[in-house]
Design a protein around this ligand. Structure first.
Ligand code: HEC
Length: 422
């Protein structure tokens, strides 16, 4: 079990958010509410609950004409021009442009108009929920949980309470704030995303799951790895998206090994091709990985279930042929390599594979081939040989050309013979 003082951050998304919606809402109002969230109005404005990152929208119908409110929403700059003042409300920053079009702005305006009738001004909000320990399948008891109130990224206040038989509750809270729930369990810090209350919403129920930790790696398995390869003619490089699917089949959160010198957790490492450049992590924050010459190490504790790690990188190809190799650090049930073989000749050396043509609907112009390798063992080496298709250098086309010459000669010869007969 975890005995040191490191803190780990895990972002858990809410499983059930109870959004209080009055039953007499019109569909149009639902759309307005959806836009109020999607266009991030909710992260800066409340209606009737006071100042937030932006002014309370309760008074806007008295302050501005409908057309002016629509201008605020579509293009705040136009209001700054019209009033020759930035900001217009003292003590606030200017409102950013939010890419809202005219019909969306109209829906937002009618949403604000309708919702205003239902607003109880300065009403307080409540956050409650249940915390379950997945490992023991019991509710947490007598453990502290923290509520952080935020304005943009500034922490306004922290409150703590005890979880009783799984339940916690923070009530009588101001509605003009963003909130975040934070909980320490077995050395790991769990936190929710920042969340907000809708103008008529008074209560949120948040159910969270935590886990006991383990350092035992035997339940961590790599199910599959996919290498999706494309060729960029401009830079004469291949681009690889490497998708690694790992599974933790225990009921614990795996926290890997200690490295006190580097102050990181090593959850699992993945080998890199030495020639790889412009390494990217499109799926997850780069700061949750440690990169060294030949490997990438995941440092984010792994809860039970599946995890997907995605790496992208490029490798420049030589003029004639290029072989890249790497040694696997983990057993892998199945490796799939997808290559556009109409523009790139490709070969796998050293490991047994099966091969089939693949039709990818989205990429009809390219002809992809899928290579599959089963049961890779830790320590196995993968050698991939690439050749750029160049009509004069490629063996297949050279054979093709020789064959063509042969046919033409034969044909010419037959015609010639026919000519002679006559
Ligand atoms: C990043 C924060 C932010 C977001 C997101 C945001 N606003 Fe604003 N909004 C502000 C600020 C700050 C002001 C005050 C600017 C000023 O006075 O110049 C403001 C002003 C306004 C005003 C005028 C208020 C008054 O009393 O003068 C309206 C109306 C408004 N916003 C509507 C919206 C709507 C609708 C959305 C969603 C599409 C939205 N805002 C999204 C920050 C934001």
């Amino acid at each position: 079990m975890d005995t040191n003082n490191f803190k780990y951050f895990l972002l858990l998304f809410f499983l059930n958010f109870s959004i209080f919606t009055p039953s007499n809402l019109y569909a149009e109002e639902d759309l307005g509410q959806k836009l109020f969230v999607e266009k991030r109005c909710v992260s800066c404005h409340v209606i009737g609950r006071g100042r937030f990152a932006g002014p309370d929208l309760y008074h806007i119908l008295d302050k501005y004409s409908d057309e002016e409110i629509i201008s605020w929403i579509i293009n705040p700059q136009s209001m700054y021009k019209k009033y020759s003042k930035t900001p217009i409300n003292d003590g606030y920053p200017p409102m950013p442009n939010l890419n809202v079009n005219r019909s969306e702005a109209k829906l937002l305006l009618s949403y604000i108009k309708e919702i205003k009738k239902e607003i109880k001004r300065n009403s307080k909000v409540r956050i409650s929920g249940k915390i379950n320990n997945f490992t023991t399948d019991k509710f947490l008891d007598n453990q502290e949980i923290e509520l952080m109130a935020l304005l943009a990224d500034k922490v306004l206040s922290n409150k703590k309470t005890l979880i009783k038989n799984g339940n916690f509750q923070f009530s009588d809270l101001p509605g003009n704030s963003a909130y975040k729930i934070i909980l320490m369990h077995d050395g790991i810090e769990y936190s929710t995303d920042k969340f907000y209350f809708l103008p008529t919403e008074n209560e949120k129920k948040i159910n969270l799951t935590v886990f006991d930790t383990t350092q035992d790696k035997k339940e961590i398995k790599t199910d599959s790895v996919h290498l999706i390869i494309t060729y960029d003619k401009g830079s004469k490089s291949i681009t690889v998206a490497e998708i690694i699917n790992i599974k933790n089949s225990s009921r614990n959160i795996f926290i890997g090994s200690n490295d006190f010198k580097e102050k990181i957790r090593k959850i699992n490492s993945y080998s890199l091709f030495p020639d790889a450049t412009s390494l990217g992590f499109p799926h997850r924050g780069e700061e949750t990985f440690v990169v060294s010459d030949n490997k990438v190490t995941d440092t984010l504790p792994m809860p039970p279930g599946n995890r997907r790690v995605v790496l992208t990188y490029s490798i420049k190809l030589n003029l004639l042929s290029t072989t890249i190799s790497k040694i696997f650090f983990n057993d892998i049930d199945s490796l799939t390599i997808i290559v556009p073989e109409n523009i790139l000749s490709f070969d796998i050396q050293g490991l047994e594979y099966t091969k089939k043509e693949t039709h990818i609907k989205e990429l009809v112009d390219e002809k992809y081939t899928t290579y599959s390798i089963k049961n890779i063992k830790k320590g196995d080496t993968l050698n991939l040989k690439f050749k750029k298709y160049d009509i004069f250098l490629n063996t297949k086309s050279v054979v093709g050309i020789i064959f063509l010459i042969f046919i033409l000669t034969a044909l010419g010869f037959t015609i010639f013979k026919k000519g002679v007969k006559k």
